[in-house]
Design a protein. Structure first.
Length: 310
């Protein structure tokens, strides 16, 4: 069920007000069909379908009246006209446009898609339009996301849907997917899970900073990606993981601690110190035990008779 958005209601009402201000002679010669549809729209309870018929009539009209000419400068009309030039205009498309809360940003997004040839492929253009137009808060960001995917040969139904479904930052989702592809994180058994984690993450831009610190040759890259994407302190966790790799210390036993901690650097510092103590005292064994304090999850190191492999 579509509703006419407030922004587009103002555009339609402005057109009708401009029509009402025409002089009697202009009104007499005004196109009868548009005149009839204005009355129909004004009397209708559900305005969006009245607006749909009105727009269809105006698009097909060549009449030269000030109210029509002014209406043709609106983002609402220009978006419809741009779709028509790309064989994309339909009643469904117009209803989606009329429903959109940000018609100026929608027009900008549709125009940029057109400029980047994302309406040229007959099988893809409608999907690209719907991905952008159905995003009520950031259609322009979905547009940029689609361009990023297309430029990197990643524009397919799965990735299109992933970026379009993010409520605030589709562009960062696309950038993350680009980087994850190069790291091999979108291949193999974990590919679907990795995609979903990024697509649903509240702050995908922060994930990008962490991904940039990963190395495709790292045998622990999947575990490190999991830590980064689930961490309470993403960038700090990524930096800490680099320190861990420099010391050639594996992640065994500390993955959950790094995810839960708000100060992962402190955990890594303690782990590194522990490892150095083991190397300096080969006959003395240590274990790592998770200890919950009032403000932070930290590591306690105690002497025991068992060895925990780090």
């Amino acid at each position: 069920m579509f509703d006419l958005s407030l922004a587009n209601t103002k555009v339609i009402d402005g057109f009708i007000t401009s029509y009402n201000n025409l002089n009697p002679v202009e009104k007499y010669f005004f196109p009868k069909e548009i005149k009839r549809l204005i009355k129909q729209y004004t009397a209708a309870e559900n305005k969006i379908y009245g607006a749909l018929h009105l727009i269809n009539s105006i698009i097909n009209s060549s009449s030269n009246y000030s109210c029509i000419n002014n209406f043709k400068t609106s983002s609402l009309y220009k978006t419809c006209q741009l779709l028509k030039s790309n064989q994309l205009l339909s009643d469904e498309a117009i209803l989606i446009i009329l429903n959109h809360t940000l018609p100026q940003r929608l027009f900008s997004a549709v125009r940029i898609l057109d400029e980047h040839d994302l309406f040229k492929n007959e099988n893809e253009r409608q999907k690209n339009f719907f991905a952008v137009a159905q995003h009520q808060t950031a259609p322009d960001r979905v547009c940029r996301a689609l361009i990023i995917l297309d430029n990197n040969h990643l524009l397919n139904n799965t990735y299109r849907r992933a970026v379009a479904q993010h409520p605030t930052d589709p562009t960062s989702v696309a950038l993350a997917l680009k980087k994850m592809t190069l790291l091999g994180l979108l291949n193999g058994v974990e590919a679907e899970t990795n995609l979903e984690v990024v697509a649903k993450h509240p702050d995908p831009a922060s994930i990008i900073l962490g991904i940039d610190m990963l190395d495709a040759s790292d045998t622990e890259i999947q575990d490190k990606f999991n830590i980064i994407t689930h961490s309470k302190a993403i960038f700090a966790a990524a930096v800490s993981l680099q320190d861990l790799r420099k010391e050639k210390i594996p992640l065994t036993g500390i993955k959950e601690l790094l995810i839960e901690s708000e100060i992962p650097g402190k955990i890594i510092t303690q782990v590194i110190e522990h490892q150095r103590n083991v190397e300096l005292n080969p006959n003395k064994f240590f274990s790592i035990k998770n200890s919950t304090h009032e403000n932070n999850n930290l590591l306690n190191f105690t002497n025991v008779d068992a060895k925990v492999v780090l």
